[in-house]
Design a protein around this ligand. Structure first.
Ligand code: MG
Ligand code: ZN
Length: 359
């Protein structure tokens, strides 16, 4: 009898092994996830920057690429509120919604789920930190334009690091609350310049670097996105249970709304340099999944001509608004093979949740 049982265990062990179901191989999990969103970043915006950079981008370091369908619950062409909310919460919603579903019911974001599971969390953007994309990960409001309401959400979570513009929505408010004081009482170090950011080594960090919108890179923002990203990773990586960080290249969209090819390329190259730095960190770390995607395409940009040696790009546009085309999703790190194929934008949330090992 004993020999039969041992034989059966051996038999199932062998078939479990060949089926990849062996209990020695638990499902892949990522300790850390860094999600980079290029707002308005379609394939043409990426290729324009690649040509301008003489044929290469850090994005080429990714070997797993898919496409996401970006339409919202009420609109074939999404806005950044519904697009951000789909990626952040896994719910398609109406345009201008932030962290609520199509029935205005608040839905937990991947950042909030990570937070409640003991991970450190962060948001970095080159827009106001209250702008639609970062707001989708932390706030639950029916309308994206309610910046003062969105700012309050940062006090209602335990987010560890957030860096962007929009100081005035915390400091100069209609309800006369001073959220800067309230952040400091919650032990946040509040920074209003990139130099101040560099001095912070640990603890909670609120970087409100610009009073309102950050300027475009060559009009004074300089290396803010790189400095903010590296500081966020330095602080969040002190968490033994891992972290979630969303980084947004917000102004690719703003350049595209203006059909301004130079502005798009400048913001794309700024974003791509940060993608490269994040990939370097992740590959050295070994437990970090990096995802790069967009909420939608902006401008209906087409590349009509280019020269890799001079970096010249000739583009045409079909819109001053967003378009409905699929956008790329790049992934590298634990679970990256789940990101090939074509899927809904909401699937990005599901994949992140699965790879974090959350129920
Ligand atoms: Mg945005
Ligand atoms: Zn836009």
């Amino acid at each position: 009898m004993k020999q039969v049982i041992i034989l059966l265990i051996g038999f199932y062990g062998f078939f479990g092994y060949v089926n990849g179901q062996n209990s020695d191989n638990p499902p892949v999990q990522a300790k850390n996830i860094i999600l980079l969103i290029g707002d308005g970043m379609g394939v043409s915006q990426i290729y324009a920057a690649m040509i301008a950079n003489h044929g290469h981008l850090s994005l080429e370091g990714f070997t797993h690429v898919g496409f996401s369908k970006t339409y919202s619950a009420n609109d074939f062409i999404t806005d950044s509120g519904a697009g951000g909310t789909a990626i952040a919460t896994g719910y398609k919603t109406y345009d201008h919604a932030i962290g609520v579903d199509a029935d205005t019911i608040p839905r937990a974001s991947i950042l909030e789920i990570a937070e409640s599971n003991g991970k450190a969390t962060g948001l970095v953007a080159t827009s106001e930190i209250t702008h639609a994309t970062p707001a989708s990960f932390i706030a639950h409001v029916p309308n994206r334009n309610d910046y003062e309401e969105i700012a309050k959400s940062f006090l209602e979570t335990d987010i560890d690091v957030f860096i962007g513009g929009g100081y005035k929505y915390f400091a100069d408010r209609e309800d006369n609350r001073n959220l800067i004081d309230e952040l400091q009482k919650k032990n946040y170090t509040v920074c209003t310049s990139t130099d101040q950011l560099k001095d912070v080594k640990t603890g909670k960090l609120a970087g409100l670097i610009y009073d309102d919108k950050p300027p475009r890179k060559r009009k004074g923002r300089d290396d803010m996105l790189m400095i903010a990203t590296q500081k966020a990773i330095e602080i969040l990586n002190q968490s033994e249970s891992g972290f979630f960080l969303m980084i947004e290249g917000s102004q690719i969209d703003w350049g595209a709304h203006k059909n301004n090819t130079d502005y798009i390329i400048e913001e794309m190259l700024d974003f791509d340099a940060v993608v490269g730095a994040v990939l370097d960190f992740a590959r050295h770390d070994g437990n970090t999944l990096v995802i790069v995607t967009a909420d939608h395409e902006t401008g209906g940009m087409s590349i009509m001509n280019g020269d890799f040696s001079t970096g010249e790009v000739s583009a045409k546009y079909s819109s001053f608004g967003h378009t409905g085309v699929m956008v790329p999703v790049f992934a590298d790190g634990p679970g990256d093979d789940l990101f090939g194929g074509i899927y809904e934008n909401t699937a990005i949330f599901e994949k992140m949740k699965l790879l974090f090992g959350f129920q």
